[in-house]
Design a protein around this ligand. Sequence first.
Ligand SMILES: [Zn+2]
Length: 452
Amino acid sequence: MILLILPLFLSCPSLAEKTLRSFVSRSSLINDLNRLSEQVDELYGKNEIQLDTLKQPPFTDDSPFRIQHLNSKYSDILFEGDIRVSPFHLRRLIRRQRNRRQAIKGWSNKWPNGIVPYSLHTSINSYKKNAIEEAISFWQRETCIDFIRRTTEGVYLHFVGHDDGCWSTVGRDPAQKEQWISIGNGCEPLGISSHEIAHSLGLFHEQSRYDRDDHVTLISSRVPRSLLYNFAKASAREISTYNLPYDVGSVMHYSPVEFTNEAGQPSLVARDANMQQTMGSLEGPSFLDIQIMNTHYRCEKKCKNRIKCKNRGFIDSRDCNKCKCPTGFGGTLCEKDDYGDTPGCGGEAIAEEKEKELSFTVLEGKNCFYHIKAPLGRKISVTLKSVKGRCEHGCGRDRVEFKINPDPRPIGYRFCCPEEGSRRFTSHSSSLPVLLSSTISSSSVKIIYRLN
Ligand SMILES: [Zn+2]
């Protein structure tokens, strides 16, 4: 009996031998990808942009997440670097670019009741398992979504670790039943695993938003024509922004050098030059990433009471008497300024007509926040004299951040690279949080500030 079964067993390809190419064929996508590239070229090919290519800071090149590098093996069949897309969805995207009025149901399918059954393939070793569990508990803690180990559910997430790359489908796809999410080697940091899980829960890339041109500019001449499809926009019918602001610092945003063919030169440039170093922060989900997920799954409905959160916080659906607060704010209702966790550092700083200096340092794993205040109706001028930290795209690990806008939700101006000369900017309101953090070495900043 055993002799009879064994050869049969060996003749079936085991799951471990299956790869993305077992499910996705290049030939089924190629025409649609080319069509999309043409559409992007039509939209952006004629853009004439004056660029000063000499002004790039000395970014380190060992960023923990470069979609292109980790997924290079599959760059011809993945969409936007890490999305497993069906020909059906691609065609919808193409039609949407042409005809904005066509009403099509979005493709960010939710998991019913926010319950996500999942299983782990045997290729998920203990290192990957810890990484996945950390990312799962992150999303579970920050939203009303519950992950449960799959028993008999017919549609579920299946984490695999034997295939190359970090990739996922956007939203729940009942057609796949066992929906693979790949946490290949190198995909373990929280910024990456939480990004892939966010795709599977329904989030698209931030720069795919239809309003992205108001915030970033695509330099299409720096992207090989055949890869331009990776910069397609999704219309309001395809993905909802829920009227939440665009976040250059979202964990779902490309790094500025994604798909560029000129080493080190950005393919995406922030319209506000002071936002350029904010882009591509893949340390972990931002406040707005968390808020959009809460909104997508209507988490607020879990709370019967309606507390009023301050400073643009929102109700914590896991504890309905508390709010989730944008960085820099705290207290039950986000009513308090947060000063960070470095003893003797942080607090309120009052701007006056005469210039004042603020110079401070934080060590690894710490942060320190100052809130510069002006009389109501006045604004604050800042001169950034120097910054010290790890200089990398997104300033994910060491940085100073200036919340220049009255809306504290989007990530603000981030800097982590040596400054050539002084950088000057002005707050848009009478309050300016200055947030200094370090996770890898230490960060320092020196600024001069005064009333505008
Ligand atoms: Zn992605």
